[in-house]
Design a protein around this ligand. Sequence first.
Ligand code: ZN
Length: 140
Amino acid sequence: MPNENCLNGMKCPECGSEAPFRIAASSWFKVFDDGTDSHEDVEWDEDSCCECWDCHFSGKVADFRPPTLENKVQRAVANGIGQFLLHNPLPQAEHDTLKKVSSAIQMQVTVLFQKEERDGRQEDDGGETPDHDGGSEEAT
Ligand SMILES: [Zn+2]
């Protein structure tokens, strides 16, 4: 069963395992003198380090995604912004903003592809319940 949630589409390129993976994520922790409390949202992106639990293959999160069109688009976005940052050094705050924009675009890419997948499935069903509020159909 392919991953569809947190590990959407991820699979170890070495042994084919679909979970679990060790991912170097960042988060905010409430830290006391005697240790940490609960953490807030955990964040990682395509560039985060990732390791297969089973075979210990390690790479980037992006390496664990099969090259579907969606992944290619996401990599293009990540690479594009990465290249830009490489050639245009920015103050840390702006750098972080651009990284957030990159993540947001990648999220949108996922949403877009999921929507197309749903639309495709509806057409396969024979289109018994046409969607009238979409307005994107060209048939007149
Ligand atoms: Zn593996």
